[in-house]
Every structure is written in C-alpha cells, then in structure tokens.
Design a protein around this ligand. Sequence first.
Ligand code: SF4
Length: 376
Amino acid sequence: MTTSISNPPEDQIRAKALALGFDLCRFTDIDEGWISAKRLAEFVNSGRHGEMAWLAETVERRSNPRAMWPDARSAIVLGMNYGPDHDPLALLARPTKGAISVYAQGDDYHELIKSRLKTLARWLQSQFGGELKVFVDTAPLLEKPLAERAGLGWQGKHTNLVSREFGSWLFLGSILTTLDLNPDPGETTTCGTCHACLDVCPTQAFPAPNQLDARRCISYLTIELKGPIPTEFREALGNRIYGCDDCLAVCPWNKFAAVAAEQKLHARPSLEAPSLAELARLNDAQFRSLFTKSPIKRIGRARFIRNVLYAIGNSGEPTLAVEAEQLLNDASELVRGAAVWALSRLLEPGHFKALREAHRSLEQDQQVLAEWCAYA
Ligand code: SF4
C-alpha cells in the first residue's frame, strides 16, 4: 500500500464509494468453493438457461472469481438502490399501456455503474496499489452469490438478491482486487415460510424454491429470446413489454425500500406508462431515438415491437387492431407473425379470415404462414 493511513482501508473505501453515490459497499474474500457454482451447473445442464448460450459457455469460469482471475484475493461488492416511486404492478391493470420493468425505465445502469466503479477503482489504486478489475453484470462473475457472501443481501426463493435495507431494488457492481481486505460477515437467507414471489409468477417459472427455469421467465422471453415467444406464454405476458417485476415487487422486504437517490435511475416520463398504439408505430430511427441510453435499445426494434404486439393482442381493445394491421407488411417476419397473433385475438372471425385470405398468398415466411393457419 502506498500511503500511510489512520483509518482501515475498508472504511476509507466505503466512504469513497458512498461519496460516489453507491448505497452499499462491503467486502468479501473469495477463497472457498461456492455452492452457487453447483447450482449454475445444474441450471445449465437441465437446459433452463434457454438460448443464453453464453451462460453455458462460461460455467467453468463462473465457478469462482478465482477461476476467472487466479490472482484475485478480495472482492468489493457495491449496491446502488433503484427503488421506484410508484407501485410497479399498478400498470398491469391498464391494458392499453405497456409495462416496462423498473430497472429499464431510466438510463442504462451498466454505463452509470461502470463509470462510478472506474472512478472508485482509479482512486483505490492510487491510494492502496494492487491490481484490480471492475464488473457490472457483463463478465462471467456470479455477482448475486458474491453479494450474499459480502452481506449485501441474500438470494431469495426467486433467486434474486433481497436486501434488508433496500428490498428488491439493488443494482450490483464488483471490483476484484489483489489486495487482502477484511471480509464483512455474509448474509443469511431470511425468507422464512414466505413464498409470495413463487406464487405470483404469471408463467410458473420457478419449479421449486431457489430454482428458476429461464425459458418460462417473462424477463427472458421478452428480452433474451430472439424468435417468436411460444404461444403458451403469450396471454400470460399481459401488457409486459420489457421484463417483469412481479416476483420482485411482491416481496415483503420492500417495506424497507426507499426511492432511488440517483436521478438517472428514475423513470423517464415517456417510459412510465407508454401508449401501446404509439409504440407500435415506431420505425427503426424513432425506436433508437426513444431508447437512447436505455437498456431497451439492445434488443432492437423488431423484438420490441413483437412484445408490443403481444400486449396489443392481450389488451381486449378492438381499436388497437388497426395498429397490428398496419404491421402485417412490416419488413420483419418477427413483427408480422406477432401482428397476426394480435389480430387473431382482437378481430371478429370473419374479419380475420378475410385478412388471412388477402395476406397468405403474399407471405413467404414459413413461421408467419404458420401463425396465419394456427388461428383459422
Ligand atoms: S417474496 Fe418471500 S420468498 Fe420471495 S424473496 Fe421475498 S421474502 Fe423470500
């Protein structure tokens, strides 16, 4: 270490992290083997990761932080509260609006947290030396078990982190370092007999407590899945067009949650309750413009409009059929297929049949043709 100091390094690092806007900063060693490595292997071996091939490809490196970086000695785990100022479930009762997961209603947290982590890392190195690497949800590092080990919270029965101080709403970031830092006590699971998160899941994505089948999870289906969402899940999507907060929002530990202090994590007014009709009309340039600096931009217009169309199909609002009808000739087969499904739900059978006769002979894509035929 390069400086003579009176306070322990951990106290100084924590003070600096809080000054940078983090809400929690705790430390852990990374010596022991992890039960989470076994859980991840089981998750991947059972195919529950779906199309997320990157998870299967990095199982070995995710087994322990040292598997990724053998020189690492300690982890600094940071949390930033993104607690909403509204009930995230309230919008589900307004079917002509699109429900976007709380984490995606503000600016992209990856960029925000990464820049703060880098500032902290530069300061850390100037004060204490050592080598380090920073992580925000993108590298093969199991951040939730690391956070549990450092005492930021515990992995609830829905597998997400629950914090005594902030409930369900914590973004995580980590710094691995070659420094030996004093570990904080870990957190223990405090779910008790509660199973509210398992019961509320609209698609029954939890085969058992602490197990997630991502292939059934609305977050996976609306964000990660590239093709059409399987028909069996479409109705359960309701008006959720990007992610799902149900299991997070019902957790009783949210009674301790606070509204995010960081303004950039607050919902943009345009994304709090966007009109499905207006979203359905976005062209590619408008999509990119609306979602500048938003994590939603990553999935691209076609996947997003697919989700909007499923929500339109679930709206029960016949006046929205015109929005779906205008997308029957869209350049994306993903969009065309979802438009067919939406129309099959909103139009009178005779009207749907007439549209099918008009479009079927022009359609080249087999999946879209299958959609037309499925709802004859
Ligand atoms: S809802 Fe209940 S079971 Fe689920 S994480 Fe919260 S306390 Fe645990």
